[in-house]
Design a protein around this ligand. Sequence first.
Ligand code: SAM
Length: 211
Amino acid sequence: MNNLDDKLLEYITACSSSEDPVLAELYRETHSKILYPRMISGHLQGKLLEFISRMIKPTFILEVGTFTGYSAICLAKGLLPGGSLHTIEINDELQSVIKKYITKAGLDDTIVLHTGDAREIIPLLKPEFDLVFLDADKQHYLDYYKAVYLKMRRGGYLIADNVLWGGKVINFSGDKETCGIKAFNEFVKNDDRVEKLMLPLRDGLMLVRKR
Ligand SMILES: C[S@@+](CC[C@H](N)C(=O)[O-])C[C@H]1O[C@@H](n2cnc3c(N)ncnc32)[C@H](O)[C@@H]1O
């Protein structure tokens, strides 16, 4: 979605449902007040996450990498009544903005924010997740994958963002992030415990289903 011609992107956006006003406000606040706003999912990817979540109808969702909460709010829209979304963010400076928008979205009783390192928090969670969204730092994707796999129910789904990493996965690049994404992609490719589909949307999405 990022690499498209601006006019085509405008057309695609016009042909899609409009952005929820709370999410539009969060998007604006993220761009005016938060460092590295490009990390936010945004309208089209957010809608895609919402659609996938609504199709899966999960009871429990886990997100690794909250940032300002945009994708968490989108994913939570697909939860069955009584379900909950756990989201993990290492940067405690983001807590107030995340909490503000969870409240504005009416999701105080639905979204549980964990502040800390996902590698320490994931092992403490109950193994019950129907849907996982992996979107934290790219260097440790494989660590997160191995940890969350144990917490997914059979038949559960995982979506990993940025698996093309701007195309660096097929060009020589020795930086830590590209190496992390390549190690994750290679591991998932050879992981017979799961079905997988890599989608060339935006920066690449890997869809995984635990057998
Ligand atoms: C790409 S952003 C997430 C974007 C968000 N999911 C969205 O779509 O709007 C990645 C986030 O992961 C967080 N992060 C990085 N390493 C982490 C870790 N070890 N545990 C938890 N969060 C981490 C970063 O602080 C950052 O806010």
